[in-house]
Design a protein around this ligand. Structure first.
Ligand code: COI
Length: 353
């Protein structure tokens, strides 16, 4: 694919590693690809990062026809640029596209475009432990027509942001509120897709959790409000009596790339790992019986984040004595070691740019 490149004439000042939060600073360039029914995906281009000019009638503003992905680029020990299982994210983007009636993208070309943008912005990739260049591909519907219909035109855009850890706590345990009333998704809905609206619908419960002193929400299933689904921006694992349990993919849970990688790592270490229905009562009962050894969330942004506290229906439990659990720490170290090229990559996950 021939990507036209227009370079910025006003490069920005790059932030120091200590100034990085999550997703607040953006690099100098972005990638844009347009879609129309007549031309398919066309006009791939890298242009200076800048605001978009969009008609106020665009479908995305009214009916939320939008999907996104989250990936990271890392700096390897020899300065090389590394991506982690990028083909999984792009395949998931297409599954999200399908669910939201957005046309499929060519996955090979999308990866090529991401690599080209990241290569151009390689000086923006931080190298301090715990930092990376976050890659945010997204698709928005741009038809200017207020009838409720799938748009006939779209933009696929990729922006990049140098990031530190997602939570201010870093690798310190976070506190999670188990939401008893609001739900994130139901089977048959859009929960498995990275649809923008899933996150809009989560914000009220997120604010409620924060006002009660927690970092995020743990969602329960949308039918019985009984089974654990996922945390606001991460999949979730519980170590109950030495068995690692994560909710099975049932259509309302996001199929996380980090979740899948963790399951493969655990199985390669012969740690029993189960994907199954897990009720919140089972988690609290395991705690009462002294069997809840550790809990953690995982995702591209969150990496592996220990969960130190859970509140459900007025009952608060503490997990792990304020420290990451042993397996949580080992998974964090192994995963980030593979991602940054410091550890061998036995699964062939890392892709050089
Ligand atoms: C990611 O982990 O990359 C995500 O997309 C979660 C996010 C909404 C910050």
């Amino acid at each position: 694919m021939e990507i036209a490149i227009e370079k910025t004439t006003t490069p920005k000042q790059k932030p120091g590693a200590s100034e990085l939060g999550f997703g607040k600073v953006f690099t100098d360039h972005m990638f844009i690809w347009d879609y129309s029914i007549e031309n398919g995906w066309h006009n791939p281009r890298i242009v200076p990062y800048s605001p978009l000019e969009l008609d106020p009638a665009c479908t995305v503003f009214h009916y939320g026809q939008a999907v996104f992905e989250g990936m990271k680029a890392y700096r390897g020990p020899g300065g090389e640029v590394l991506l982690f299982r990028p083909e999984m994210n792009i395949a998931r983007l297409n599954r999200s596209n399908e669910r939201m009636s957005i046309p499929q993208i060519d996955e090979k070309l999308a990866l090529e475009a991401i690599k080209e943008l990241v290569a151009l912005e390689r000086d923006w990739i931080p190298s301090t432990p715990g930092t990376a260049l976050y890659i945010r591909p997204f698709v928005i519907a741009t038809d200017t027509h207020l009838g409720v219909h799938p748009s006939a035109t779209y933009k696929f855009i990729v922006i990049l942001s140098p990031v530190g850890s997602y939570y201010k706590e870093g690798l310190n345990p976070v506190s999670i509120y188990v939401e008893p009333h609001y739900v994130r998704a139901v089977r048959g809905g859009t929960g498995f897709a990275k649809a923008a609206g899933n996150y809009a619908g989560s914000l009220l419960a997120q604010s409620k959790a924060q006002s009660k002193g927690h970092d995020q929400v743990l969602w329960l299933d949308g039918v019985e409000r009984k089974y654990v689904e996922e945390v606001g921006t991460m999949n979730v694992f519980f170590n109950i009596g030495g068995r690692l349990i994560t909710p099975e993919l049932n259509g309302s849970i996001l199929p996380g790339v980090t979740r899948d990688s963790i399951l493969q790592l655990l199985r390669s270490w012969q740690v029993p790992a189960e994907e199954r229905r897990l009720s919140i009562d089972e988690v609290f009962q395991a705690h009462d019986e002294g069997k809840l050894i550790e809990a953690f969330g995982c995702g591209t942004a969150a990496v592996v984040t220990p969960i130190g506290r859970l509140e459900y229906e007025g009952q608060v439990i503490e997990i792990g004595g304020g420290k990451p659990g042993e397996l949580t720490q080992k998974l964090y170290d192994t995963l980030t070691g593979i991602q940054t090229g410091k550890l061998p990559d036995p699964f062939g996950w890392v892709v050089k740019v």
